[in-house]
Ligand binder design. Structure first.
Ligand code: FAD
Length: 430
């Protein structure tokens, strides 16, 4: 990566600006580097990342991404070197503690640790730079604004500007307008090391609903082993109100020993903690801000959470971020300006509607004719081939598979949610 110290002039030109170098920004660098290493470039593509944190250099252990990846496919080849663990089967645990084993073939559940992923992308980027295909600089500042006129987009920095035909903006941004149903996913996890041999490395728990449930929404734990002594144990809650950090810490502390098959946390060493909160909402996110006068489309494209990549019903975003990055890489390398970039929608429109119903029914809960969240997810996984559920969550299913999924959902709560959603829309909600 270029020298930060030398890149603070008043105006600097780039081919692409990545505004935000978190999950979405790093995915773009990943796919861009792969693309540039495959093709010959007439001159280096000039990319500038603006983010207070340079993740490719610092490689923080700030998150662990999990997602399901087809065996032998392109995504496996691209991600493989950064994957910490793969599991062909995972467990879902019902409220009463009974486990259901899901055979994911031809998919596998993959765990990618932030620090490994940043190191992998940094190595690819370094190769692309060495080959003269990429010129990458990082500006360790928070951008103040993005402006646009008929000729270019301008990123306003504390000192000076960056001018580029494409700005990929993954800074946090609110939805375009309010939605009808919103929850926030809070999670807190610990990478815990115990005695050698105390962990079964093949026992990966995707969702364990036997944890205490909140009054509105749902909660689950999960436990993903690294090796025979180390596991990532997380507590996740989908709740309407912000969750106090101490409350979630207590929930994790209560879940942890059981998840590790012990009765006490004594003797366990916490190697790392990760926490986060992400929106789960049917409010729409804007992929492109309004175009300036005289221009058909904006040169700014929003990616990641800001661009609607977080799946409203589950909080998964990894696959959608990578799909967008893969679709953009070739276009960026070919110099397509931002206003002509073809950017895929994160998920099909009808999936957004189905997720809106799930969110509404989860918020209503069984008391108000809605869903009992844990039972809903367990039922979805046990009455469908797990691949169908996972493909749906990735936004890859067609109408026939979706009808089959709907047929296995509790009919009453979903019909009531659909009726209330229709009334909300007719009432001008959207
Ligand atoms: C701990 C954690 C675990 C997760 N695990 C999973 C998972 O297992 N599977 C999954 O699918 N999804 C997961 N997610 C959800 C999602 O994949 C991540 O949140 C992902 O990092 C989203 O990427 P992003 O680029 O939208 O946001 P971020 O990664 O948060 O990146 C946004 C970036 O913008 C920068 N920024 C902010 N303001 C400015 C500014 N003014 N100027 C410049 N830069 C700015 C920030 O510094 C940050 O680096 C997880 C999220 C978290 C927090």
């Amino acid at each position: 990566m270029g020298d930060d110290a030398g890149v603070t002039p008043t105006t600097r030109a780039a081919d692409v600006v990545l505004l935000g170098g978190g999950g979405a920004g790093t995915a773009v660098l990943h796919h861009l580097a792969l693309h540039l290493l495959r093709q010959r470039q007439r001159r280096p593509l000039r990319v500038v990342v603006v983010d207070p944190l340079d993740r490719l250099a610092a490689r923080p252990a700030d998150r662990t991404w999990c997602s399901w990846v087809p065996r032998g496919g392109r995504a496996e080849a691209e991600l493989g070197p950064a994957v910490h663990r793969w599991w062909p089967t995972v467990l879902v645990v019902a409220r009463d503690g009974s486990p259901v084993r899901l055979d994911l073939a031809p998919l596998r559940y993959a765990m990618v640790r932030g620090e490994d992923y940043y190191a992998h992308v940094a190595a690819l980027v370094a190769r692309a730079v060495d080959r003269g295909a990429l010129d990458l600089a990082h500006l360790p500042v928070a951008a103040l604004d993005v402006e646009e006129d008929a000729t270019a987009a301008r990123v306003v920095l504390p000192q000076g500007h960056l001018v580029a035909p494409v700005v990929l903006d993954s800074r946090p941004a609110p939805p375009a307008r309010p939605g009808a149903s919103s929850l926030v996913q809070h999670f807190l996890g610990q990478r815990v090391r115990g005695a050698e041999g105390s962990v079964d490395p093949d026992r990966a728990v995707l969702m364990d609903f036997s944890v205490p449930q909140p009054p509105v929404g749902l909660a689950f734990g999960y436990c993903l082993p690294s090796d025979t002594a180390t596991s990532l144990v997380e507590h996740t809650a989908f709740v309407p109100e912000p969750l106090a950090a101490q409350e979630q810490a207590a929930a994790l502390a209560a879940y942890l020993p059981g998840a590790l098959g012990t009765t006490t946390s004594a003797g366990l060493h916490v190697e790392h903690v990760e926490a986060g909160a992400i929106p789960m909402t049917d409010a729409p996110f804007t992929q492109r801000p309004a175009a300036p006068p005289g221009q058909r489309r904006s040169r700014v494209v929003r990616l990641g959470t800001a661009g609607g990549a977080v799946r409203p019903s589950t909080g998964y975003a990894f696959t959608a971020m990578h799909r967008a990055a893969r679709a953009l890489a070739g276009q960026l390398a070919a110099g397509v300006p931002g206003d002509r970039l073809d950017v895929p929608r994160p998920y099909p429109r009808r999936h957004a509607w189905m997720d809106a119903l799930v969110l509404r029914a989860l918020i209503d809960g069984p008391q108000r004719g809605g869903l009992e969240g844990p039972d809903f997810f367990v039922r979805l996984f046990t009455r469908n081939p797990p691949q169908r559920v996972l493909r749906f969550l990735d936004g890859l299913t067609g109408p026939a598979e979706e009808l089959a999924l709907m047929a296995t959902s509790p009919r009453g709560p979903m019909l009531r949610a659909a009726a209330r959603d229709a009334a909300w829309r007719l009432g001008g909600g959207r």
